[in-house]
Write a protein that binds this ligand. Structure first.
Ligand SMILES: [Zn+2]
Length: 96
């Protein structure tokens, strides 16, 4: 069964994501929706994220300018949140 990442690696394109959801409704796009949301709020704070750890239920983005991170979890534990990390809470200071 195809996953979204096998169809498309561009996690920043919400139009493409909507297209995938329509054409391949069996693909679980939960993680990609979270990444898209995290990417948008981190970009708004000035960060430039690079994504790692795409294990299907978890993705980590690291800012190439300041090193702050964002973590997306499709199945967060009761004490966790689905989108967390300094990159969505703090502005980029272009350190390092
Ligand atoms: Zn940054």
């Amino acid at each position: 069964m195809l996953t979204y990442s096998e169809v498309c690696n561009d996690t920043n394109d919400s139009e493409w994501l909507s297209f995938i959801e329509e054409v391949y409704p069996w693909i679980d796009t939960t993680l990609f929706r979270l990444k898209l949301e995290a990417h948008e709020s981190a970009s708004w704070r000035g960060h430039t994220l690079e994504w790692q750890d795409n294990s299907g239920y978890r993705a980590t983005g690291t800012c190439t300018k300041c090193g702050k991170q964002v973590v997306c979890l499709t199945r967060p534990a009761p004490n966790q949140i689905d989108i967390g990390g300094e990159a969505v809470g703090l502005n980029c200071r272009e350190e390092n």
